[in-house]
Design a protein around this ligand. Structure first.
Ligand code: S3P
Length: 168
């Protein structure tokens, strides 16, 4: 069975939706960030702080290649996976890539109390969200399958992704 790969900015619901979707479809869910943390035996914030973002991206690239070579998975990616076009071409070749979207305010509401994301560690989270989105939104928007998560429950988003999967 083809993979379903959930892509999108931090706080768009990739992990929560991925878990629920995998349970419904009887597939295994794999969270890329959790896989990276297990492999590195340290949290993502430590990887960024000690070895920097380029090192994190190299591990992320390696994990993306490995997962794209498997099948029957629901894969929750990290928000920056779109930065390397090879990740998207590999995932597109092995499954359906679906981009979850949310407005900056929705993202802020969802990540407000989270301290695990190094790119949103500053005092002004909304400012960080807007600055990163300005650099990346064209990469997310270029993906052919989009699901709006604003004001939708996890179950509603799961249904929308399932619909795209069936139709594809
Ligand atoms: C990142 C998103 C994070 C994680 C890392 C970098 C990004 O994943 O991979 O902190 O560059 O957007 P989530 O999207 O699961 O928060």
């Amino acid at each position: 069975m083809r993979n379903i790969v959930l892509v999108g900015f931090m706080g768009t619901g990739k992990t929560s939706v991925g878990h629920a979707l995998a349970a419904e479809l009887n597939l295994n869910f794999v969270d890329m960030d959790a896989m990276i943390e297990a492999r590195e035996e340290r949290p993502i914030s430590d990887i960024f702080a000690t070895d920097g973002e380029p090192y994190f991206r190299s591990v992320e690239r390696q994990v993306a290649q490995e997962l794209a070579a498997r099948d029957g998975l629901v894969i929750g990616t990290g928000g920056g996976v779109v930065l390397d076009p090879k990740n998207i071409s590999d995932f597109s070749a092995s499954g359906l890539v679906v981009c979850l979207q949310a407005s900056p305010q929705t993202i802020l509401d969802r990540v407000a109390h989270d301290s695990t994301r190094p790119l949103l560690a500053g005092d002004d989270k909304l400012q960080s969200i807007l600055a990163i989105l300005a650099k990346r939104q064209h990469l997310y928007a270029a993906l052919p399958h989009q699901v709006d998560t604003n004001g939708r429950s996890i179950d509603q988003v799961v249904d929308a992704v399932r619909h795209l999967y069936r139709a594809s």
